[in-house]
Design a protein around this ligand. Structure first.
Ligand code: NAP
Length: 302
């Protein structure tokens, strides 16, 4: 395999992860990037990128778009139907693509408990499909595990609810988890494409920091000591029970799925703190507490 997977097709390029990938590729002239844009998307992209409008339901359309590509990076919305995502893989094989990086960018799904969480079922289905195809075709894969996004997770009140100064501390908030800044997730993807042999048919784990909710909360209090902080302890079992009931009734959506993500991140049995890291292989730095405080400061303005 070549030293660098130079021709890269990007799917889901207008999303939270897609946007940072676009920025990272723009700043790294080693790659030729083609964005696959679905018919209903109105997103626009820098002129340095080739944009191909594709029909996600058509294997021929996808295969034609992937001709000449060395790698496909998918940053597609996780609710995209599994069959559509499988079609990306079939098209990649038909076009002779060498590497497929599926839309992972989250929890370590090698953990047996995490694998079984309903929220990850589509990702597990895609992993299984890619593993099968890697046995029967030249296509290879890499699964990128970043843990929850640090900056995005604080902005979206997902890692620590600071907006009303009433953080919910899951099971007390002491579980340490790996977490990664979005720009570092993008840097990891570029590093995977730069080191195809070392990252072939395996998962890579990386982090900007390992910290608990209480660790984040302590930094938030340093950044905003004037606030009247009122933390609330929430039992993960309680919110997961409600999610299980909703799921049993066929109710889907964030209200059903977020408690499972909370479980994956804040329950130590689910492997939220990576035991091994590929930061060195991928050339990724971690952040200091001062840098985490800088991120928090953006969301704790008063
Ligand atoms: N670790 C974390 O904290 C964290 C947080 C967020 C996401 N993630 C993961 O990162 C990956 C990307 O998520 P994201 O939040 O960046 O996704 P997103 O912003 O919700 O969506 C990404 C792109 O997917 C396309 N898309 C949206 N709905 C679609 C549909 N129904 N069918 C086909 N395409 C659709 C859109 O692109 P076009 O309109 O251009 O086609 C969209 O911009 C996922 O695997 C997700 O689980 C992880």
């Amino acid at each position: 395999m070549a030293a660098l997977l130079k021709n890269v097709a990007l799917i889901g390029a207008s999303g939270s992860v897609g946007k940072v990938l676009v920025d990272a590729f723009l700043n790294d002239k080693r790659f030729n990037v083609t964005v696959l844009r679905r018919g209903s998307s109105s997103a626009t992209y820098p002129s340095a990128f080739k944009v191909v409008d594709v029909d996600y339901d058509s294997l021929d359309s996808l295969t034609a778009a992937l001709a000449g590509q060395d790698a496909v990076v998918s940053a597609i919305n996780p609710i995209t139907p599994v069959d559509t995502q499988k079609k990306f893989i079939d098209a990649a094989i038909a076009a002779g693509v060498k590497r497929f990086v599926p839309s992972e960018f989250g929890c370590d799904l090698n953990n047996e408990l995490a694998r079984a969480l309903p929220v990850f079922a589509p990702k597990i289905a895609i992993q299984k499909y890619l593993k099968e195809k890697a046995e029967s075709s030249p296509l290879t894969y890499t699964f990128a595990y970043s843990g929850p996004f640090l900056d995005w997770g604080l902005e979206h009140q997902f890692l620590l609810k600071t907006v009303d100064s009433k953080p919910k501390l899951f099971d007390g908030g002491n579980t340490v988890f790996s977490t990664t800044k979005l720009d570092t997730v993008a840097a990891a993807v570029l590093a995977i494409l730069s080191k195809p042999e070392e990252t072939k048919n395996r998962e890579v784990r990386f982090q900007s920091a390992a910290i608990s909710q209480n660790g984040l909360f302590a930094l938030a209090k340093e950044v905003a000591p004037q606030r009247n902080w009122e933390p609330e302890v929430v039992k993960i079992d309680d919110i997961v029970r409600v999610a299980d009931d909703r799921l049993a009734k066929g109710l889907l959506g964030p209200e059903t799925f977020i408690p499972y993500l909370v479980r994956a991140i804040n329950d130590p049995r689910y492997g939220p703190k990576f035991e091994t890291l590929d930061n060195e292989l991928l050339g990724l730095k971690q952040v200091t507490e001062a840098e985490i405080k800088d991120i928090l400061r953006q969301y704790l303005k008063e």
